[in-house]
Ligand binder design. Structure first.
Ligand code: AMP
Ligand code: MN
Ligand code: MN
Ligand code: MN
Length: 284
């Protein structure tokens, strides 16, 4: 597989906080010229069989995927897993446990919102949920837009649901070590998702990259819908500095919300090793 490939290895379906089904995503990916695709629902692999079958029906290649919520240095970090065996018992159980605290967290988020004059947020968010085990901040954001509190989900995350704002509930997710282990022991590779989004100091970021590698992590997202063009350059350099393979993915959630559509990203810089090179044997 060449470095210049229309691979999109990061997006979300109704199985987590996207608005399209795995089948509709596969069709959209194919229509947009995606050649290699992965569905990476948050803390979930329940959509993997449908996504792989839909990719086959559309004539595009597929890698299994997920995006695991991790707590590192007091912050939430996302680790993408690619090419793992979705029938593996340890990753299945690990993700089940990671999803476990979401219901209680959501109730607490709603309690906070009620205190600032926004009633009914739990029930309201639930009307947007496709998977009862996976209620997320995105579903609350859609409720706040629907009720006219904000004009779009971007405004929601500026005014609510984030650190220091109403509706933010700190949460302990999986450990970095466990997330990387679940993925690699199921024959996949672990990738640091959108590193440009974390509010880490240089020292903390260095700790993330070195500990991630010490646990067996192999890749980093370089070209993602969550990075600016300057961050493509910054993390291309980091990939080389740390000897990590590079990934590319839109982080597409919804036609109505996402700025970056499936497959509509610049190519990876040609001097990087793409993750699909080390995952050749796992491509379906
Ligand atoms: P959760 O896993 O419940 O914490 O929800 C996280 C999801 O909320 C992310 O995957 C994004 O889809 C969305 N999100 C979080 N922070 C932001 C932000 N600052 N801007 C836009 N979307 C965000
Ligand atoms: Mn999301
Ligand atoms: Mn993410
Ligand atoms: Mn994502």
């Amino acid at each position: 597989m060449p470095t210049i490939l229309n691979a999109d290895l990061h997006c979300h379906s109704v199985v987590s906080d996207g608005t399209l089904t795995p089948e509709d995503l596969a069709a959209r990916a194919a229509a947009n010229g995606v050649e290699l695709w992965a569905l990476t629902d948050h803390d979930e692999i329940g959509g993997q069989e449908r996504a792989a079958a839909a990719a086959r029906a559309q004539g595009i290649k597929y890698l299994t995927g997920t995006e695991i919520s991790v707590t590192f240095a007091g912050e939430t970090v996302h680790i993408v897993g690619l090419g793992f065996d979705p029938r593996d018992a340890a990753i299945t159980q690990g993700l089940y446990d990671t999803r476990g605290g979401r219901g209680k967290r959501a109730q607490e988020m709603a309690d906070q919102l009620a205190q600032v004059g926004i009633p009914g947020a739990y029930e309201g968010a639930l009307t947007f949920v496709g998977n009862p085990e996976l209620i997320s901040r995105t579903h609350f954001a859609r409720f706040l837009v629907e009720k006219g509190y904000c004009k779009d989900t971007y405004e929601v995350f500026r005014r609510y649901l984030t650190e220091g704002k109403p509706g933010f509930v700190p949460h302990r997710w999986a450990s970095l070590k466990d997330a990387v282990r679940w993925i690699t022991e199921a024959q996949g590779i672990a990738v640091i998702a959108h590193p440009g989004r974390y509010k880490f100091t240089a020292n903390e970021e260095h700790a993330l990259f070195t500990e991630f590698q010490a646990h067996g992590g192999r890749g980093v997202e370089v070209v993602t819908g969550s990075h600016s063009p300057a961050e493509y350059v910054e993390y291309a350099e980091k990939a080389i500095e740390y000897g990590l393979a590079a990934s590319r993915g839109s982080d597409f959630h919804s036609p109505d919300e996402s700025h970056c559509d499936l497959g509509k990203l610049p190519p990876l810089p040609g001097n990087l090793t793409p993750v699909w090179e080390i995952l050749e044997h796992r491509i379906q």
